[in-house]
Design a protein around this ligand. Sequence first.
Ligand SMILES: [Fe+2]
Length: 177
Amino acid sequence: MNTVILHSCVDANLLQRTYEASWESSEWTFEFPRNSSYDKRHPKITLIEHGQVISKDENLISLIKEIHSQIYDSYECFDREILFAGISMKDITFKENVHTDHNGGCKLLGLLNPIWKKEWGGSFIHDEMVYDMQPGNFVLFDSTVEHAADKILCEEKRVAIDFHQEKLGEARLDFYK
Ligand SMILES: [Fe+2]
């Protein structure tokens, strides 16, 4: 599967409201990356897992479902059912963590920060290619291939949302290349 950048597919106001709701959340945990030492973990909220809503934050769930739906409406190249959704927070203390996750399907990753400058770092690295993370854009990728967030070079916290879902045919993905 080719990695695709889905451009400006989510309303900036929706991302902003989700960013703010994530800061209000009491559901941040330090479980990730699983099997890593405590000092290498970063805060994450697990919202949906194995297709089941985990979070009790109804406002945040409705916001992230709307984000997924807006991406789908622009780019119908993945399945509508969300198998996993989470929000992660990384900052300058975060050590680059090359990993793979999930079996099959595809992953969507995008920033919730209303502003994120290229020089702030935190790009997305996938299969040795580097993708700049610009607010409003989402990266669609195969998460069984090694990927990582690059080092963050500023004092800002990088708040990103990721979704896992089944993929649809390669032909649809090729259309958006
Ligand atoms: Fe990952």
